[in-house]
Design a protein around this ligand. Structure first.
Ligand SMILES: Cc1cc2nc3c(=O)[nH]c(=O)nc-3n(C[C@H](O)[C@H](O)[C@H](O)COP(=O)(O)O)c2cc1C
Length: 350
């Protein structure tokens, strides 16, 4: 059995779960004298390919977003051509939970099967597909898990990953934990597609910075997709934001919040009530020039509605952002957010 000379892991991580798993595997590789390179996806895209000679094992390790891989990581996998024919493995970290003594797994959806198929079609040999249930970081939806729960999950998965690393370096294949949930994952396909087409844009538009922001600009610098910019002297989340939760969880001032009481309902009113009207007007107008547009393809009208919806969302977020120039609105937004309370814990891997 020829041993691997190199291990290259490319990861996408918002709050550290996928990064930590990559580092655990990297440390095991170093113990076995395998040359390990662990690199975040954005750095991998920017820098020249590492000069690796000999047998290379490549790992793709990422958080799961909307029952799929995050868009930018998926894009990287679709374009990936380096070290053709190598062995690869795929790890997706999911939203693990714990109720009493019971560990509850997250749901992968397409996050395993899609990259595995793409890489296999490109001629890579998929050695392992492994979901990893570390603590959920989606604190726009729920408060961060308690410290004891987080620690118990981390300890549990550290030993599992050590075992997986050993198997990987011995070229043992491991698929069953990913494939056993395949029927459920396939049922999640429509949600995964909906998230990719529309959800990822909308969900990103729930962040705002309160007056606690001290202009350290750490969120701008640390954002993995460089999606936070300054507008009107305050952080503004662009459409490319993937809601990885890095900014909200790492802000040293706890100045980044999600507002469930004003921002989210307001952002929904427009798309739900105004979007169908605007979209139907656009369709009517266009069908004057292209007769039978709708009968030609209902997909065209659906796509139009989606595009209008995303534009409306962004425009509303933009307007609210500028209105927050007024102190009163800033205060109101802060008072009405749930995430400002202490019980709404933040999350990052310990
Ligand atoms: C926007 C968003 C979408 C998510 N979607 C899923 C999902 O579909 N399934 C799941 O199990 N976990 C989901 N999660 C949870 C994360 O994938 C999970 O907590 C992961 O371990 C975070 O990894 P990281 O710390 O490396 O970013 C989601 C989290 C966020 C922020």
């Amino acid at each position: 059995m020829t041993r691997y000379q190199n291990l290259l892991i490319i990861y996408y991580s918002g709050t550290g779960n996928a990064k930590r798993v990559s580092e655990w595997i990297g440390a095991k590789a170093t113990e076995e004298r395998i040359h390990a390179i662990i690199v975040p996806f954005w750095k991998f895209l920017k820098e020249p390919l590492p000069d690796l000679t000999g047998n290379t094992l490549i790992g793709f390790c990422s958080a799961t977003h909307g029952f799929n891989l995050p868009h930018s990581f998926l894009k990287l996998i679709f374009r990936f051509r380096a070290f053709p024919g190598s062995d690869v493995f795929i790890i997706n970290t999911r939203a693990g939970m714990k109720i009493s003594k019971l560990f509850i797994p997250g749901l992968s959806g397409l996050a395993q099967i899609l990259p595995a198929m793409v890489l296999w079609l490109k001629g890579y040999h998929v050695r392992a597909m492994r979901p990893v249930d570390l603590p959920s970081n989606w604190i726009s939806l729920h408060p961060g898990l308690k410290k004891e729960v987080v620690e118990s999950m981390v300890v549990r998965w550290k030993s599992k990953i050590d075992k997986l690393s050993g198997d990987l370096f011995k070229r043992k294949s491991s698929y069953w934990t990913a494939l056993v949930t395949l029927p459920v994952d396939i049922l999640l396909l429509p949600i995964a597609i909906g998230y990719e087409l529309i959800g990822r844009y909308i969900i990103a538009k729930s962040f705002f910075a309160t007056d606690k922001c001290n202009d350290c600009h750490l969120c701008l610098k640390a954002c993995p997709t460089k999606s936070i910019i300054l507008k009107d002297q305050r952080p503004f989340w662009k459409l490319t934001c993937e809601s990885c939760m890095h900014c909200m969880n790492f802000c040293p001032q706890r100045a980044i919040e999600t507002n469930h009481n004003i921002l989210i309902p307001f952002l929904w009113i427009l798309p739900v009530f105004v979007n169908p009207w605007i979209a139907s007007q656009i369709v009517n107008l266009t069908s004057q020039f292209v007769p039978d547009l709708l009968s030609l393809s209902p997909w065209i009208s659906m796509t139009l509605k989606w595009v209008v919806m995303i534009i409306l969302f962004t425009a509303t977020y933009f307007v609210i952002h500028y209105l927050m120039h007024f102190r009163f609105l800033r205060k109101l937004m802060r008072w009405t957010t749930l995430t400002q309370f202490r019980f709404w814990r933040r999350y990052r891997i310990p």
